[in-house]
Ligand binder design. Structure first.
Ligand code: IPE
Ligand code: IPE
Ligand code: MG
Length: 248
């Protein structure tokens, strides 16, 4: 099937890239090899997303809970973020990709924070794929910081409590500039959200696959897009209403 021309494309795809450790273990390799292979998979997927003219993709690279991993693994992941960013940013720039990070960046080393802000600045004017990296992110953190931001405005008199509504909360979420994800993909076999986008996934189509992240090919991605194209998104309405394209 020609997924580029015929099927509706999700405007924003949220991905949990899970299974690097198990991929390595299955091959009797250290977990580090799994993370390196995972970066290669992400690179291929970004190229593919650019070629397919997808508009936005947010990938979960590091959760707030991931700090609890062994120090050696956390250090390796931080190192990998730095080297991957440094080596890929020129290509992202050439491919008109706009790179953004969501999450609490203050926990990262000054060096990593600088690489992140330089890469965001370099690519900020690009109009192609919006690539968001969720790093030191969690859904509950995001909701909490949104509430802190709103309550700050209430304290200073800019807003009153009666101004709080769903729209305002959405505007204060770290992903505010993007449409809520249409499609969520989690590789690695687990069927859970792991504190990813909690507010934003309210009506997202959820796709789970057993394929481990390093094995997630562009073909696998195509299967997920085809699956998405065959969902009927009802948003509370009946099938008949959707099929007749009316509200009665
Ligand atoms: C996902 O793969 C990468 C990160 C969480 C950074 P995992 O490292 O969680 O792989 P598994 O789940 O142990 O296989
Ligand atoms: C989720 O994967 C976070 C990322 C992929 C960055 P985990 O492997 O940390 O998820 P849990 O803890 O098994 O749910
Ligand atoms: Mg995992």
């Amino acid at each position: 099937m020609d997924s580029e021309t015929k099927l509706p494309k999700p405007e924003h795809i949220a991905i949990i890239m899970d299974g690097n450790g198990r991929w390595a273990k299955n091959k009797n390799l250290p977990r580090a090899s799994g993370h390196h292979a995972g970066v290669k998979t992400l690179r291929k997927l970004i190229e593919h997303a650019v070629a397919q003219r997808l508009s936005a993709m947010t990938v979960y690279a590091f959760s707030r809970e991931n700090w609890q991993r062994p120090e050696k693994e956390v250090d390796l992941l931080m190192e990998l973020f730095m080297t991957a960013l440094k080596s890929e940013v020129e290509d992202l720039q050439k491919n008109n990709v706009r790179l953004k990070f969501i999450g609490d960046k203050t926990a990262f080393s000054d060096k990593l924070q600088k690489i992140i802000s330089d890469s965001e600045t370099l690519t900020s004017e690009n109009s192609g794929l919006s690539l968001n990296i969720a790093a030191n992110y969690s859904g509950r953190w995001d909701i909490t910081q949104a509430f802190q931001s709103i309550s700050g405005d209430i304290t200073s008199g800019k807003l009153s409590a009666t101004d709080i509504n769903e729209g305002l909360i959405s505007e204060r979420m770290s992903s505010a500039e993007y449409k809520e994800p249409d499609l969520f993909i989690r590789t690695g076999g687990e069927q859970r959200i792991s504190n990813y986008f909690l507010w934003q996934l309210a009506y997202t189509e959820l796709y789970f696959t057993d394929v481990l992240w390093p094995d997630f090919s562009t073909e696998q991605f195509g299967i997920a897009l085809d699956w998405f194209a065959n969902r009927q998104r009802r948003f509370g309405k009946t099938s008949e209403q959707i099929e007749n394209n009316n509200n009665n």
